[in-house]
Design a protein around this ligand. Sequence first.
Ligand SMILES: [Zn+2]
Length: 203
Amino acid sequence: MNDEELKKAIDFYRSLVQKEIASEKIVGGKRIGPRTLTKKDHVDLKDIISPERPFLGKEASSDIDSLYVTTFRVGNLKKPISLAKAGYGTDVVAGIELGANLVKAGLIKNVDEITDFLAKYKIGILDIFKEEEMENGKKLDLRVYECIECAGLPNIGEPVCYFETGMIIGILRELTHKEVSAEEIRCWTSGYSFCHFDVEIKD
Ligand SMILES: [Zn+2]
């Protein structure tokens, strides 16, 4: 994906994000986006095979993109339902380890290269939307569009991108050598068309 295409995608999703946040609701203390809430509390195999990735899927054709995404999801999301909830911590730790290793291996050398890497391997389109200085560090507003984990999944009432949350922590921790925390506050599976992360980098 070249810079022009990346910019086009980010512009497209920024306006969608604005509309969706404007129409979100708080249900049981959780943010829920405008997509219809399903009665399910998990995703099924048939949900994971139809990613919605008009930008990342374009070069490869949607058939190939669907195969690529499904292969990832079968490995990453197909856990026994009984274990899935308890497994979230493992996913975060696995993501942290991968993220840190990407930096150690020299595949990501600075913050700008995170966006390039994630687009190249079609993990998602990273938008570093806002950076705010705090008294004891920095706050980042990060969005990921067309996420390999969740783009196209139904609204089950809560976010599921724990692996990507971990990757963000691991990459930023290794790049900055500071304490980093991240939380996914909006996701396809909580009714939106993007993933939204609150990130803090503490001095
Ligand atoms: Zn997500």
